[in-house]
Design a protein around this ligand. Structure first.
Ligand code: F6R
Length: 607
């Protein structure tokens, strides 16, 4: 239950557990709702046993009901299975099982079909009496045979009532990690579930099947070949995944940003050469000089970081840079030249669409680098190199600290590539100085939390919120709106400020505030014009500015939030902080479940 709670942020519409008891029966407790509901079921009727599997679900196939919660059992009721991912051909498999006489389906899930398929193959292979060791190898074989028939993605774990102390796991497309303990071993989809028990982990690869026992484990491929695997040390501790004194993980993570941004830059600045050092890119200086075009891809918040990255890299390095939604990029034929360098940006390193984009790009022969937080993730392992964020675990479903780390890293990339081209020593040195100042400037921005709380209280009854920004801060408008939507469920949209007059202005009315990200930069006066257009139509205005901007905005804005000044290309790292805090405080005012907003999951390992 402790491990399951640590994974709740990944999916939380239903939960369940299956324990094998000493009478060789499977005891399952499962229900729709949060883990707290499951805990009540368990307390009311505790299962007994010392090995089992559990799951917290984010629905893909089948509604959120007790029956559709995992684990699912096979037709005999002796095999229980949990599954992340999607079995795309489950209908065809189910029809075949029904034709073969299986009329025992209880749910509408793709997962149950897999449980039934493995169960049938196992029963068929055990026609004669076999001992426990033979049962183990036959169950592993049944898993392999079933998975070879499956189209789709899976991270699974299963137990069988007749085989004590034996759990099988397998993965394709959904993460699975083995925790290696002393006389105990664990399987989980994320190390945070097991880090309190062991920091030794083996990250499984696609098509691995692992047979786990108390004192040993064996990893083999779907084809049955076995091989040794490296045991890695998990780089964070159980303390890092706790909330501490904060009311929510999201708030803790917002307040961690001075450190996480510092950690993203640690050891990566060369003061002497006024450039960045990014050894993980695995590229020679000549290869870096030969880069003629850059594609940045990701989803959600990571995509917004990419959009800022486009402005930053083009400004510092003057290399044409494109941003592609990972989900679109992987399915379309983006024209790519041989000198194109691709970056896949992902906090979790497991997002299915971003992973798909990475694979597609590599398939076409492009060097593809990762910008990931999770060092052992699939994207980190499958890319040709990259830059780790070192932001520490991000548990709040709404991404915050990973975003500012991504921005810091994209700036380092721009700086490095720029200094190999036309960026002068003086300009490189100015950027480095400004980067070094960021952590303490973020502290200053965090001090605005009380002001944002007061603003949140004032506008909590708004019918929706619009966000506007220009240039480097246009993607920040998108990110501010995304944060607001995700955790408050208010309608929110972000736009380039000047787009206002091309349609959006029709929405403006007194109960729809507009947030302008309008620092004291070259486009402040243009933003001011757009604010006037809203004011003339009685729309309230909340302005996020910097330096001396407040003076110019005081006549037009209803609320003014003042940030410290930074070079234009670094301003987004500061300007996003009040927007994170604003969304957070509105969500708290509305009584929302900040860390686990409805319908969302932290790591989206399905398409
Ligand atoms: C927004 C959010 C999502 C993620 C997106 C990509 O707050 O959390 O939009 O940014 O699902 O996730 P990663 O970065 O793990 O690939």
């Amino acid at each position: 239950m402790d491990g399951l709670r640590r994974l709740e942020y990944r999916g939380y519409d239903s939960a369940g557990v299956s324990i094998v008891n000493r009478h060789h029966e499977i005891e399952t407790r499962k229900c729709a709702g949060r883990i707290a509901s499951l805990a009540k079921l368990i307390t009311a009727k505790p299962p007994s046993g010392s090995f089992g599997i559990s799951h917290t679900r984010w629905a893909t196939h089948g509604k959120v009901t007790d029956e559709n919660a995992h684990p699912h059992v096979d037709a005999t009721g002796k095999l229980a299975l949990v599954h992340n991912g999607v079995i795309e051909n489950y209908q065809a498999l189910k029809e075949q099982l029904i034709q073969d006489g299986d009329d025992n389906f209880r749910s509408n899930t793709d997962t149950e079909v897999l449980a039934h398929l493995i169960g049938k193959l196992y029963v068929d292979s055990c026609a004669t009496t076999v001992d426990v060791d033979q049962k183990k190898s036959r169950l592993v074989n049944a898993v392999r045979t079933a998975l070879r028939q499956v189209i789709g993605t899976y991270g699974i774990a299963l137990v069988h009532a007749e085989i004590p102390d034996f759990i099988i796991g397998a993965r394709r497309g959904s993460p699975l990690v083995l925790g290696v303990g002393k006389e105990e071993n664990f399987l989980a989809s994320d190390v945070s579930a097991i880090v309190a028990y062991t920091r030794d982990a083996v990250y499984l690869n696609d098509f691995d099947v692992v047979a786990v026992e108390r004192g040993k484990f064996e990893i083999s491929s779907l084809a049955g070949e076995t091989g040794d695997r490296q045991v890695s040390k998990v780089e964070f501790t159980a303390e890092d995944v706790k909330k501490g004194d904060y009311e929510h993980y999201m708030l803790k993570e917002i307040f961690e940003q001075p450190n996480s941004v510092r950690d993203a830059m640690r050891g990566r600045l060369s003061l002497e050469e006024c450039t960045a050092k990014l050894g993980g890119l695995n590229m020679t200086p000549q290869q870096l000089r030969d880069v003629g075009r850059i594609v940045l891809t990701g989803c959600g918040t990571a995509l917004h970081a990419a959009m800022v990255g486009e402005y930053v890299i083009e400004q510092l390095a003057n290399i044409p840079t494109e941003v592609e939604y990972a989900s679109e990029f992987r399915h379309r034929n983006t024209p790519m030249t041989n000198d194109t360098l691709v970056f896949a940006i992902s906090q979790s390193g497991e997002t299915a669409d971003t992973l798909g984009a990475l694979r597609e790009s590599r398939r076409k022969g492009h060097r593809t680098l990762g910008i990931c937080n999770n060092v052992a993730s699939t994207i980190a392992r499958e890319s040709d190199g990259g830059v780790y964020m070192h932001a520490g675990p991000e548990i709040g479903v709404a991404a915050t600290k990973s975003f500012t780390s991504q921005l810091a890293i994209l700036t380092l990339i721009g700086l490095l590539l720029g200094r190999m081209r036309n960026l002068s020593t003086a300009e490189g040195s100015r950027i480095i100085g400004a980067l070094q100042a960021l952590p303490s400037q973020i502290e200053e921005a965090l001090n605005l939390s009380d002001q944002l709380k007061a603003i949140a209280k004032k506008y909590v009854d708004a019918s929706g919120i619009l966000f506007f920004g220009r240039q480097f801060n246009f993607p920040i408008a998108l990110e501010g709106a995304l944060k607001m939507k995700e955790i408050t469920y208010l309608f929110a949209e972000g736009h380039p400020s000047a787009e206002l007059k091309h349609g959006i202005i029709a929405l403006v009315r007194p109960d729809l505030p507009s947030v302008f990200i309008a620092p004291d930069d070259a486009v402040l006066s243009k933003n001011l014009n757009n604010m006037e257009q809203i004011k003339a139509r009685k729309g309230p205005i909340i302005a996020v500015t910097s330096g001396n901007g407040a003076k110019q905005l005081k006549e037009v804005a209803n609320e003014i939030i003042v940030l410290p000044d930074a070079p234009d290309c670094l301003m987004p790292i500061l300007s996003v902080i009040p927007l994170q805090l604003f969304a957070y405080h509105v969500a708290v005012e509305l009584g929302r479940d900040v860390d686990k907003p409805r319908n969302l999951a932290k790591s989206v390992t399905v398409e």
